[in-house]
Design a protein around this ligand. Sequence first.
Ligand code: GDP
Ligand code: IMO
Ligand code: MG
Length: 453
Amino acid sequence: MFSIRASRVSFFMANIIVIGAQWGDEGKGKIVDLFTPFFDIVARYQGGHNAGHTVIIDGRKYVLHLIPSGILHPGKLCVIGNGVVIDPEALKREIGELAEGGISCRDRLFISDRAHIILDYHRLAEQGDEERRGAERIGTTNRGIGPAYEDKMARRGLRVCDLGNPRTVRSRVEESIRVKQALVPEAAGGIQVDEICARAAELGRELREYFGDTAEILNRAIDGGKSVLFEGAQGTLLDVDHGTYPFVTASSATAGGASTGTGVGPTRIDGVVGISKAYTTRVGEGPFPTELQDGTGEHIRERGQEFGASTGRPRRCGWFDAVVVRYARLINGLGSLVITKMDVLDDLDEIKICTGYRYKGERLRSFPPEVAVLERCEPEYLSVRGWRAPTAGIRDYGELPPLARDYVRRLSDLVETEISVVSTGPDRAETVVVSPDSRLESWLPLHRAGSSG
Ligand code: GDP
Ligand code: IMO
Ligand code: MG
């Protein structure tokens, strides 16, 4: 029986960030759920309800968007940090859905009073903007994420702490709508300022019990010996600074975002774990060097059920790209890597791994910043034999077929990072811990020493 013994938690007080090492949807929700017993608090630090984090426990499926996946563990506290953008309607809906499933957020969920608010006109502006871009569109989730961050940076954003002040609500909403209408006239239709302001104030009152100074809460908890698991959303290649700009999200999805997005200083964070699929996916537009636009890509999409957890859009699929994950290791200071969805590759005769890029005949030394270059890069592939045996549901490393173990070792060598966990199915229990005794508590504390950084 796979079991995580929470009784050893007291030995382990590291604060760890879990981040996506690719273009999102790597299985962060599953892994955060797996790690949660070893932590006291789970905190989101960026993004919003563009995220869709799936957790499957004993066959029951939960998809979290704004609320940290730790909410599924009774007794754990959850924080939505200042770096997150919050659509109060979506938040209310998610709290309600969890309550219907018997999971209460009361006294367990704390939301930063400095977080910025998404209102309906943000979504309308985004929709208009994407339509205007036409073929150049980003392929966003249309949740209003980008326009809300735009308001934040332009210093006209409405924050959680402002919701109780009708004059501030009104002036920020009017200013934001004024600017957005100038840029995206299509957003003008149907906007009722009075209604928006009244609804924002109402939602502020309804959700007030969750609002507070979460930087204070987190830092005091750490002072008192509690540990925090930071749950990244999106992924390294979608980060606004380090990703495939402009085909990125509007926030800092890399490890650095955990500090600015919660107010917990970098000196208090002990390690970073990256999550990557055994292959690669991407939703929306933008460069994807190892994309497979053929039957193999289709096979992976079907077998991996690669359809967005938030939008239901089909995900683009391709081979594992060691250039991308090596870059993620560098940008995030990854201490180790989790490989998910091994089972999806179970019946392939041949599997390819991208080991480098060639551009105009030259091998590139680093990950290129320009989309135009990335689009013209030719991936160099290493071809390996598929294991053609079921890995689905395997829990012991030794039980993985030898060729599957070779594949894991090869990924580790190419990314120059230890692989700590291999996921063999969506359920919490379908997990291999790659430590001599297959127990997470043997590996997680070691992580603190930066085992392979
Ligand atoms: P996240 O956004 O990083 O949390 O990932 P998503 O939840 O959007 O997408 C990951 C999908 O893969 C979900 O449907 C998970 O249930 C599923 N999943 C996670 N790990 C595995 C695995 O090892 N094998 C299989 N077959 N599915 C997995
Ligand atoms: P999780 O946390 C995968 C993508 C969108 C689009 C780009 C910008 O579940 O891994 P946005 O709405 O954020 O402005 O869209 O980013 N995107 C994601 N892709 N997983 C996600 O989240 C994503 N969140 C945003 O598809 O390409
Ligand atoms: Mg997702």
